[in-house]
Design a protein around this ligand. Structure first.
Ligand SMILES: CC(C)(COP(=O)(O)OP(=O)(O)OC[C@H]1O[C@@H](n2cnc3c(N)ncnc32)[C@H](O)[C@@H]1OP(=O)(O)O)[C@@H](O)C(=O)NCCC(=O)NCCS
Length: 200
């Protein structure tokens, strides 16, 4: 069952993210840092975030934004002091400093246009994989984008993440750029959305 993320999902979502996407830049700053993000995904009007529940428990989560600039501005306004504290602790570690130094490589524009709508994180608990959960969560996010009149949506994945790449390409996402980020090759994919219609 899909439902919007709730405030009580936040600690679980952050722990699952830290466990399943341990190499992501944000995970390097720890679970409390991630909690700030998921908290903002749960409350921001520019966020789209759903949980997949089985037997009353969350097992998968997807988070996206329809306006990355406003989302990040709101995140900093609401959680800036906490984020700065967690970041300061993280930055004591050379590995963190190394990752942060690569943040400027993360694409902000494509074809002269700022990236606004972006799917950011998705995690499915290992015991629930291979049943189409990720696909259904992505479809739900795309339907919400379409209902908001979003013209196109972006997502960045590690090029070697064959699972998620296969799902996205089946949904007609197309790779528009490849770049090195966090010491790995990444792909930026884009999907043009039909205005005013749900998908899936
Ligand atoms: C990637 C991830 C979200 C996929 O979740 P999932 O619910 O198992 O995905 P689905 O069941 O919807 O998979 C749909 C398709 O992808 C395929 N797939 C899933 N994992 C795969 C893998 N590792 N290699 C190749 N194909 C894979 C499935 O076989 C299925 O294809 P099919 O219908 O043609 O058989 C999940 O593996 C995960 O949480 N990984 C760790 C976090 C992560 O990498 N997130 C993405 C970062 S952008």
């Amino acid at each position: 069952m899909i439902r919007p993320i709730r405030p009580d999902d936040i600690p679980w979502a952050a722990r699952q993210h830290a466990a399943l996407m341990a190499n992501s830049v944000f995970a390097a700053f720890g679970v409390r840092f991630l909690e700030c993000f998921y908290s903002h995904f749960a409350r921001s009007k520019t966020a789209i975030a759903y949980v997949w529940e089985e037997n009353g428990l969350p097992v998968a989560v997807i988070s996206a934004t329809s306006d990355r600039t406003r989302f990040l501005r709101g995140l900093v306004l609401r959680h800036g002091i906490s984020l700065a504290c967690y970041a300061a602790v993280g930055l004591l570690r050379p590995a963190c400093r190394h990752l942060v130094g690569q943040l400027r490589r993360y694409p902000g524009h494509v074809d002269g246009e700022r990236i606004e709508a972006e799917m950011i994180f998705i995690t499915v608990a290992p015991e629930c994989r291979g049943k189409g959960v990720a696909e259904k969560l992505i479809e739900a996010v795309l339907a919400e984008y379409a209902s908001r009149g979003t013209p196109r949506v972006y997502v960045t994945i590690e090029s070697e993440n064959a699972g998620v790449k296969r799902i996205l390409e089946r949904m007609q996402f197309q790779v528009v750029r490849s770049f090195l980020f966090a010491d790995k090759q990444n792909d930026l994919l884009r999907l043009e959305l039909p205005a005013g219609e749900g998908i899936g």
